[in-house]
Design a protein around this ligand. Structure first.
Ligand code: HSE
Length: 306
């Protein structure tokens, strides 16, 4: 038996919506597992991003997520001695495009497919949130689209709202240095000023309104943030300059993608190349090499393709 799943990248927070807003994007990782009951030797192959650095065994996040799913389903038949695993990574690992979330969602969906899809989407989502800790990458990766995510009182997946997909391009600048989400969360303060909370709440409301009404002129203000970007910006020296450059080049809004260091902007198709070039030039002036992408929103979410 062979199963293969394709999982989209995602951009989270979208400025003020820390741990709440997330969007799936048209750049994908694929994961495959083949059951070979009497194999003398199995394979664990990673192609693309992380092929030289990621663990090829028990410490691999895809495998850990598969194992966690088998545990939930009380399934003991599968292990690394009877599964051939192939990972095809297209999403940069340096941070901000939800590559870890693809491994978590991919692992759960592969294991679930090997077990006759006993978990429904909502159970998959709750398990993915439990493994990841926050919902705003795994939820869009599972459901696709632009999502408002929440957790319920028991830390399971709560209501998901799928907002209308903006007719905009997503410009991404991925610097070559890595920023781990765990580190990028540790530096956030435990206590924040209530004025900053009110500032963010107003922006989050504006952000939802901007997307619901397709009034993108609101995004410049709606994507402002005081709860995480100012702290994380200290580890990404030209963050504010790159975001401002995107706005100067006619982007509607610009923000730190997830926990960074990737920076993102939303703009009209006709302005996409110029926004991309302008953002890249700021990094180039700092001698930081960046990969850039002009992406559409993904609407399908994670899909079993075999
Ligand atoms: N909401 C998460 C964070 C997203 O900002 O830490 C991580 O990609």
């Amino acid at each position: 038996m062979k199963v293969k799943v394709r999982v989209p990248s995602s951009t989270a927070n979208l400025g003020p919506g820390f741990d709440i807003f997330g969007a799936a994007l048209c750049l994908y990782n694929t994961f495959e597992a083949k059951y070979v009951p009497n194999a003398k030797k199995t394979t664990f192959i990673i192609k693309g991003e992380g092929k030289k650095t990621l663990d090829l065994g028990k410490k691999n996040l895809l495998w850990q997520s598969m194992q966690e799913t088998f545990n939930v389903l009380k399934e003991t038949k599968y292990n690394l001695n009877n599964l051939n695993i192939t990972i095809n990574n297209n999403i940069p690992l340096s941070g901000g495009l939800g590559s870890s979330s693809t491994a978590i969602v991919g692992g759960i969906m592969l294991a679930n497919a090997l077990c006759e899809n006993k978990l429904d989407k909502s159970q998959i989502a709750s398990l993915a949130i439990k493994i990841e800790g926050h919902p705003d990458n795994v939820i869009p990766a599972i459901f696709g689209g632009l999502c408002i995510c929440s957790k319920d009182e028991n830390e399971n997946h709560g209501t998901v709202i799928n907002l209308p997909i903006p007719k905009l391009k997503v410009i991404l600048c991925v610097p070559s240095f890595e920023l781990r989400t765990r580190r990028s969360r540790q530096i956030l303060p435990k206590m924040v000023d209530i004025n900053d909370v009110v500032f963010n709440m107003s922006r989050v409301a504006l952000l939802a309104a901007a997307f619901c009404c397709a009034d993108y002129s609101l995004l410049r203000q709606a994507m402002q943030d005081k709860l995480h970007q100012p702290y994380r910006g200290k580890m990404i020296p030209v963050m504010n300059e790159v975001l401002q450059a995107a706005l100067n080049a006619k982007a509607f809004g610009a923000f730190l993608s997830g926990s960074g260091p990737t920076l993102a902007a939303l703009c009209d198709k006709k302005d996409a190349n110029n926004v991309q070039k302008t953002m890249k030039n700021v990094w180039a002036a700092e001698s930081v090499s960046v990969k850039t992408y002009i992406l559409d929103f993904d609407v399908k979410g994670a899909t079993i393709i075999i």
